[in-house]
Write a protein that binds this ligand. Structure first.
Ligand code: SF4
Length: 259
């Protein structure tokens, strides 16, 4: 077995912890969905549809309506079944979600532009023998003609110095756009609705060439790990949020030692 495609999320998993990569990308183990993830999925769908509206209709109320509609469609899917213990809990989640969506209008004025693409699903050959897949939340063309990639986050922004891992995925998106449109994007942006905060990061060919080399090294390392069936766990703060901690060999060993 060899790697067929790599996404920014799975590349990030392997960098953070090869065992986590194995659980997700090789074993395909299911993970429980949290209310925060459900909010993220629903908000992304609402924001995607929001830009189908005429510019003058892009009001907070219309965005709230789109969120309600999107949740009405998603809430019956298996992934979200039993997410809330009661209707009151679900309503409180909805109210908090509206507050976050209202923040969006502090970050940009949606009446002033029309995106070039939304939820753009790209699968591109990058470098030698690599197939990279990514779904880009939004691609815009600035008034000066340059491309900007925007990623929505429904969580709160980490301090700027800790936002580098999130930009790792966005630089891969920039690489995909360079390949797809034969144009180098001018910048990538992270929009955190909780806060709200916007981080911007300029992009150039030199950085993207370096990212391509980094991905090639990662691709090689993943294929070597698959060949040897060797995915060493890397314990750290991420373990506190990891869905697989109860079955992770690193924690099994630590618990045995403690016992
Ligand atoms: S619990 Fe920690 S070490 Fe184990 S898979 Fe998850 S992140 Fe990796």
């Amino acid at each position: 077995m060899t790697l067929e495609t790599l996404s920014p999320s799975r590349a990030g998993d392997f960098k953070a912890c090869p065992q986590l990569f194995r659980f997700r990308a090789i074993d395909h183990l299911p993970e429980p969905t949290s209310p925060q993830q459900a909010r993220g999925t629903t908000a992304h769908l609402a924001l995607q549809r929001f830009y189908e509206l005429a510019r003058t209709e892009r009001s907070p109320e219309r965005l709230f309506d789109l969120f309600r509609e999107a949740w009405g469609e998603l809430r019956n899917e298996e992934e979200f079944a039993g997410l809330f213990a009661s209707l009151d809990e679900e309503r409180a989640w909805g109210v908090d979600s509206m507050t976050l969506l209202a923040n969006y209008f502090q970050l940009e004025n949606p009446e002033t532009f029309d995106p070039l693409e939304r939820e753009l699903d790209l699968l591109e050959p990058v470098g030698e023998g690599m197939m990279i897949r990514g779904i880009l939340d939004r691609v815009d063309r600035r008034p000066d003609g340059r491309i900007v990639i925007t990623d929505y986050k429904t969580g709160s922004a980490p301090p700027e110095t800790y936002s580098i891992p999130a930009f790792f995925a966005l630089k891969i998106y920039a690489l995909l756009i360079r390949r797809h449109l034969a144009e180098t994007p001018a910048e990538v942006r992270l929009l955190y609705l909780n806060g709200p905060t916007m981080y911007r990061f300029p992009v150039d060919d030199r950085q993207l060439d370096a990212m391509e080399k980094q991905l090639a090294a990662l691709w090689l390392a993943i294929n070597r790990a698959i060949e040897r069936n060797h995915f060493p766990p890397r314990t750290g703060p991420l373990c506190n949020w990891c869905s697989f901690r109860s079955i992770c060999p690193a924690w099994e060993n630590l618990e045995q030692l403690a016992g």
